[in-house]
Design a protein around this ligand. Structure first.
Ligand SMILES: C[S@@+](CC[C@H](N)C(=O)[O-])C[C@H]1O[C@@H](n2cnc3c(N)ncnc32)[C@H](O)[C@@H]1O
Length: 422
C-alpha cells in the first residue's frame, strides 16, 4: 500500500510526466529556437549594459510586462555572454548577484500565483495588474522593460504608443524596451492578410495547438483578440511614443521571429496550405529521434496582391529548401552503402545560406564515422535545427513575416556629448 501511495504522490507532483519537446508550451522550438533567437538578438545590448552596471557597482532592474508565469525571467537569465571559448563553463550574461530586482506584472491572477510558486527569490516580485495603468512614479527606473511573445498585440496601436511613451519617460538614459507583437504577414494566417494599413488588423487567436485533434472535437475553444502588425505600424507606434514623450527612442533592432515555424503552422487553422513544420523542427531537436528530412521541404503558396511579401517568402523558402536538400545530399554522400558525389556550395547563394551549408558540411565530415550513439538523431539533426534558426536570423527583414515581430528600443535621454557610453 505504501508503495502505491509513493507512486501516487510522485504522479500528483506533476514531475512524473513523460518529458518530451515534441508538444506543449515549452516544446523544442520554444526553448531552442524562439527563446534563443530573443537572447541572441538581445545579447550585445544586454552585455554592454551589464558591463556598464558592473562598473558602477549596480545590479540590473527588469520590469516584465504581461509576465504570465514568469517565463521572461527564465528567458533573460538564460542569455549568454559573448563566447569566451570552449573551456569556459560559466557563460551566462546575468551572473549570480548581477540581478538587483525583477518585477513581473500580469492581469491574470492564476498566472501570477503560478509565477510566485515557481520563483520565490527575494529580489523578485509578481503583481496582478494592468500594464496600461501602471503607476511608476514611486519606482526607480528599470534598465529593461520587457514585453515578450506577442504581449503588446493585446493593445491597440494608440494604447501601445502611450505605453512606450510612459516607459520612455520612466526609464533612464540607456534603458532598453523590448516590445513584441504578432506578425501581420505570418504564413500561419495567410487568409487574414490585408494591405490596408489604415485599419488595425485583429485576429481571433485560438490556443488550439495544445489540444490533440480528438480533444479539439469535444471542446469549445475560446479565443483571444490580438492585433497583427507589420514594420510600418511598429515604426508609427515608436514615432507616436517619441512625439508624446519628447524622448529620443532609438530603434536598435526590428526582427521577425519564427518564420514558418509558428505554432499555427501545425494547426493550419488560418491557412489551408500551412505545413506542420513546427512539429518537424521539434523532431529535429528531439534526442534519439530521426526526422523525415523530406518533410521539412517547404512548398509556399503565394497570395495575389502581396508582391513584396511573396518575394520574401519565395527567397526564404528557396534558401530553406536548399539547406535541407544539401544536408540530405551530404548524408547520402557519407553513407558508404549509397556513395554519391559530395554536393557543392554554390557561389550565388546568399551569405547566410553559404555559412549554414559550410557549417553542416564541416560537422557531418567530422562526425559521420562516430559510433557513439545515433549521431544523425543526436548531433546532425539538432545542428540542422540550429542552422535553420541561423538562416532565419540572417535572412529575415523585420517585415511582419514571422509569428512574432520584435523591436529592441534604447532610450537616449542625455545629449550625445555627455551621454553615458556603454
Ligand atoms: C502572450 S502571453 C505572454 C506571457 C509570457 N510573457 C511568456 O513569455 O510566455 C501575454 C500575457 O500578457 C498578459 N496581459 C495581456 N494584457 C495585459 C495587460 N493589459 N496588463 C497586464 N497583463 C496583460 C496576459 O494575461 C498574458 O499572460
Amino acid at each position: 500500500m505504501s508503495e502505491r501511495s509513493a507512486y501516487d504522490e510522485a504522479i500528483s507532483s506533476g514531475q512524473y510526466q513523460k518529458v518530451t519537446g515534441l508538444i506543449g508550451k515549452y516544446d523544442n522550438v520554444r526553448r531552442l529556437w524562439e527563446d534563443e533567437v530573443m537572447r541572441l538578438f538581445l545579447q550585445p545590448y544586454l552585455q554592454r549594459m551589464l558591463e556598464w552596471k558592473r562598473g558602477r557597482g549596480e545590479g540590473l532592474r527588469i520590469l516584465d510586462l504581461g509576465c504570465g508565469s514568469g517565463d521572461g525571467y527564465e528567458l533573460l537569465v538564460g542569455a549568454k555572454r559573448e563566447d569566451k571559448g570552449l573551456s569556459t563553463h560559466a557563460n551566462v550574461a546575468i551572473e549570480p548577484g548581477l540581478l538587483q530586482f525583477y518585477k513581473g506584472i500580469d492581469l491574470n491572477p492564476e498566472l501570477i500565483a503560478q509565477a510566485k510558486a515557481i520563483h520565490g527569490q527575494r529580489n523578485m516580485a509578481f503583481v496582478e495588474g494592468n500594464f496600461n495603468e501602471l503607476d511608476l512614479e514611486a519606482e526607480e527606473p528599470y534598465d529593461l522593460y520587457f514585453a515578450s511573445y506577442g504581449t503588446l498585440s493585446h493593445n491597440g496601436h494608440e494604447q501601445n504608443a502611450q505605453l512606450v511613451a510612459k516607459l520612455a519617460k520612466h526609464g533612464r538614459n540607456g534603458s532598453l524596451i523590448v516590445a513584441d507583437w504578432l506578425g501581420r504577414y505570418s504564413y500561419e494566417w495567410q487568409t487574414l492578410w490585408s494591405n490596408d494599413l489604415s485599419r488595425e488588423q485583429w485576429m481571433d487567436y485560438l490556443i488550439s495547438y495544445i489540444y490533440s485533434e480528438e480533444e479539439k472535437k469535444h471542446r469549445e475553444l475560446s479565443s483571444l483578440t490580438l492585433a497583427l502588425l507589420c514594420r510600418q505600424e511598429v515604426l508609427a507606434i515608436i514615432q507616436g511614443a517619441r512625439r508624446q514623450s519628447k524622448i529620443s527612442i532609438r530603434l536598435r533592432q526590428l526582427f521577425d521571429r519564427s518564420v514558418l515555424v509558428g505554432r499555427h503552422m501545425d494547426t493550419a487553422d488560418y491557412n489551408p496550405h500551412a505545413q506542420p513544420l513546427r512539429q518537424r523542427v521539434n523532431s529535429l531537436f528531439e534526442p534519439n529521434t530521426r526526422t523525415d528530412l523530406e518533410g521539412l521541404l517547404v512548398n509556399y503558396v503565394p497570395k495575389d496582391g502581396f508582391p513584396a511579401i511573396n518575394e520574401f517568402y519565395t527567397m526564404f523558402q528557396s534558401c530553406w529548401n536548399a539547406l535541407v536538400g544539401y544536408v540530405i545530399a551530404l548524408l547520402r554522400h557519407y553513407d558508404a552503402a549509397t556513395a554519391s558525389p559530395r554536393p557543392e556550395i554554390e557561389r550565388y547563394h546568399p551569405r547566410p545560406l553559404r555559412s549554414a551549408m559550410a557549417e553542416m558540411r564541416r560537422l557531418i565530415a567530422a562526425i559521420h564515422r562516430s559510433k557513439i550513439g545515433d549521431v544523425r538523431a543526436n548531433i546532425i539533426e539538432p545542428h540542422l535545427g540550429y542552422a535553420l534558426r541561423g538562416l532565419e536570423m540572417g535572412l529575415q527583414r523585420g517585415m511582419g513575416c514571422g509569428h512574432g515581430l520584435v523591436a529592441i528600443l534604447e532610450l537616449e535621454k542625455e545629449p550625445s556629448r555627455s551621454r553615458t557610453r556603454w
